[in-house]
Every structure is written in structure tokens, then in C-alpha cells.
Write a protein that binds this ligand. Structure first.
Ligand SMILES: Nc1ncnc2c1ncn2[C@@H]1O[C@H](COP(=O)(O)OP(=O)(O)OP(=O)(O)O)[C@@H](O)[C@H]1O
Ligand SMILES: [Mg+2]
Length: 359
């Protein structure tokens, strides 16, 4: 049986058997609704739906919910049989606390009884997905931005940066902006997220952003029949990545951050990093983002940076699922070559083995 690869994000969990040139078979929201158990006294008139978020800003926070989610993914979604569990590879976000890595490997061996385990960093995996072992990844997901220079498959941790800004903050920003321009509309936050994915975009540069004349006004009918207008809000959302002060955050913009990160690596490694910049994560697929990024990057550096184009043989959604796809590539190597953690090794050493075997 092929190993399973799981990239559990703050919004979407990607999972599937390792098949490197395909999309993951399962892409499902990580957020879940809590079902009230039989016998509980619930007055349906006062019952409020409770949602649980097992993963917050990239890290597993609610372990019971994570266990339920993985049970669903592995047994129902992917068809693992109880008692015949296979091998599994997880993707780790940048700066994952040691305790989280240990608890995950423990849950996998002790609760799920997996036959083998491996974990690897998302930044390294996203590079593998585009056929590189060195480069710099800029992963803009739902809960965080991870900027990581990687040399010969090793993340340069001192130079890496993690920011707690992501798609969720852009959704909230769009909700605020739409409230100002459509004060009478009542828009559910899930609907705002869909509007963001459809309309949000990046202006060509800061001066076109400042020029409000360039905005096209769109009318949009919500599922409940309300009609709203979407105009400059679309650009404000994209601009927030380049000017985080729009979100009330005193940080440099994303391109500046990338170059600050690269400049803290030894100079002889700069060329290989600048030549292999990989933009990934769902938020990076926003309309106009790549062009704006490229334009600012060229202005920022005299070394003429270049963004890696996804190889043609890879699926179209590669930038959105690159950590999972890199995981699928790696799984094809680590499990057959016995580089993973086996059940016997886990039993002998315990959860700390993850730091020794998976790096
Ligand atoms: N076209 C688009 N424009 C803007 N945002 C988008 C677009 N498509 C997807 N997104 C956003 O991308 C985010 C999901 O991306 P991704 O799957 O990389 O995140 P994640 O892996 O779940 O989270 P994280 O890695 O931060 O823990 C969501 O916020 C989603 O709204
Ligand atoms: Mg992610």
C-alpha cells in the first residue's frame, strides 16, 4: 500500500496516497462542526452551532478535534482498514514547536497504529514539487506567511520568517471594507471568503493602487438575493500583503521581507536563492499577485530575481498544493529506503525520535 501524505492547513487539509504528479484526492476544510451527542439536553431554539478549529495559524491546537478529523480522513476518506494502517507523512509548517511534532508522532503510533511515520518541512516540500532543492519559498496560506530560504534541502532557520498574517486576515479585512461600502448588507463571513477568492486582486504597483479611478465596479448578487457592490475593496485586500499597515500591522511588505530574509544568509548562497523564488499557498493565487510580486522584486534587488514557473507536467493547482505534492515526492523515497520512523524505533525511543529522524 502506498504511503498517505497529509498537509493539514489552517483552512484546508490536503490528503491522499503518494502520487506525485496528481492533485491530492481529498481537499477538505479543517474547521468542523461539533455535533451534540444523543442524550444531551438541547433546546433547539437556543442551540448555537459550535465550530472547532483543530489548526490555528498552521499549528495543531485542538488534539481531540484533530484526532476526529484524521479518523475521518484516513478511514472514511482514504479507506484505511482498522488494524491494517499503513505509513504516513505529514508536512510541518515553519517553526513547528517540538512538542507539537512529538504529540503528532505519538498520536500516529499510539492511537492510529501506523506502520511508519515521517514529517518534513512544508518549505522544503514546496521546492521539491517544482524540482528544486535550493530556493526561497514564500507560502501564503490561510493562517500564516512562511518565508524560508532553503539550501540543498535544508531550511536556513535563522534567516526564515513566519508572520501571522494570512487569508483569514484578508477575509476579515474584506468584511470590514464591504461593511463600509454596503452598510445595509448582512454578509456571512463564509460568503465574504468566497467573494475574496473571486474578486480580490493586486494592483500593478502602489501608484495604481493609489489611483482610485482605475477600479472597476462590480455588482454581485448574494445567495439570499441581496445585491452588493464590490469596487476598491478588492484592491485593498491584495494591497495589504504589500502594505501590512492596512491590516494595522507594523511590518515590512512581503517583498521586503523576502529580501531581508535572503540577506541574512551567507552572501555566496544569495544567487541560488534569488534565482529560485517559489510563491505558493492559496492566497498567492490571488489575481495579479505574482505580477506585482515580480515587479516589486525587480525594483528591490539589483540581482534580478526570478520566480520559479511550475513545471508543465505538474497539475495546474501546483502552487496551491505544492507542500502536499512535495510530500508525495518525498514519500516515494523515504519509505522504500527505510529512512522513516518504524514502529519498533518509536517503541524503543518514544516521541523524541521525530527530531532525530525527521529533519
Ligand atoms: N483566488 C484566491 N484569491 C485570494 N485568496 C485565495 C484564492 N484562492 C484561495 N485563497 C485563500 O487561500 C487560503 C487557503 O490557502 P491554503 O490552502 O494554502 O491554506 P492552508 O494550508 O489551509 O493554511 P496555512 O498553510 O496558512 O495553515 C484561504 O484563505 C483562501 O481563501
Ligand atoms: Mg498550508
Amino acid at each position: 500500500m502506498e504511503a498517505v501524505v497529509v498537509d493539514a492547513g489552517s483552512k484546508l487539509l490536503k490528503a491522499g496516497f503518494a502520487s506525485p504528479d496528481q492533485d491530492p484526492t481529498l481537499i477538505i476544510p479543517t474547521k468542523m462542526k461539533r455535533v451534540v451527542e444523543d442524550g444531551d439536553m438541547v433546546d433547539s431554539t437556543t442551540f448555537e452551532e459550535v465550530t472547532v478549529d483543530p489548526i490555528v495559524r498552521g499549528f495543531i491546537k485542538d488534539w481531540d478535534a484533530m484526532e476526529d478529523l484524521l479518523r475521518h480522513v484516513l478511514y472514511t476518506g482514504l479507506g484505511w482498514e482498522m488494524g491494517e494502517e499503513g505509513q504516513i507523512l505529514f508536512t510541518d509548517p515553519l517553526s513547528t514547536p517540538k512538542s507539537v511534532r512529538e504529540q503528532l508522532v505519538q498520536m500516529m503510533f499510539e492511537t492510529f497504529n501506523v506502520s511508519g511515520f515521517y514529517a518534513s518541512e512544508q518549505a522544503v516540500l514546496s521546492l521539491y514539487a517544482v524540482g528544486r532543492i535550493s530556493g526561497c519559498t514564500v507560502d501564503i496560506g490561510h493562517g500564516k506567511i512562511d518565508i524560508a530560504p532553503v539550501c540543498e534541502g535544508a531550511v536556513q532557520h535563522i534567516a526564515s520568517k513566519r508572520f501571522e498574517i494570512g487569508g483569514v486576515d484578508l477575509t476579515n479585512l474584506l468584511a470590514q471594507e464591504l461593511q463600509k461600502t454596503n452598510p445595509h448588507a448582512q454578509i456571512d463571513i463564509n460568503e465574504v471568503e468566497k467573494l475574496k477568492e473571486r474578486y480580490a486582486c493586486c494592483a500593478e504597483d502602489q501608484s495604481s493602487f493609489n489611483n482610485t479611478q482605475t477600479c472597476q465596479k462590480e455588482k454581485h448578487t448574494l445567495p439570499d438575493g441581496q445585491v452588493i457592490t464590490v469596487e476598491r475593496e478588492r484592491y485593498i485586500v491584495g494591497e495589504a500583503l504589500f502594505q501590512p499597515s492596512i491590516l494595522g500591522i507594523e511590518e515590512y511588505g512581503i517583498v521586503d521581507q523576502l529580501f531581508r530574509s535572503i540577506s541574512s544568509v551567507s552572501p555566496e548562497l544569495h544567487r541560488q536563492l534569488i534565482d529560485n523564488i517559489v510563491l505558493c499557498g492559496g492566497t498567492a493565487s490571488m489575481t495579479g499577485f505574482e505580477d506585482r510580486f515580480q515587479k516589486e522584486a525587480i525594483l528591490c534587488s539589483f540581482m534580478r530575481p526570478s520566480l520559479v514557473k511550475p513545471p508543465e507536467y505538474m497539475p495546474e493547482n501546483l502552487p496551491k498544493n505544492s507542500a502536499w505534492m512535495g510530500g508525495a515526492i518525498l514519500a516515494k523515497v523515504v519509505f522504500p529506503q527505510n529512512q522513516h520512523i518504524t514502529k519498533a524505533e518509536y517503541d524503543e525511543t518514544g516521541p523524541t525520535i521525530v527530531h532525530r529522524k525527521c529533519f
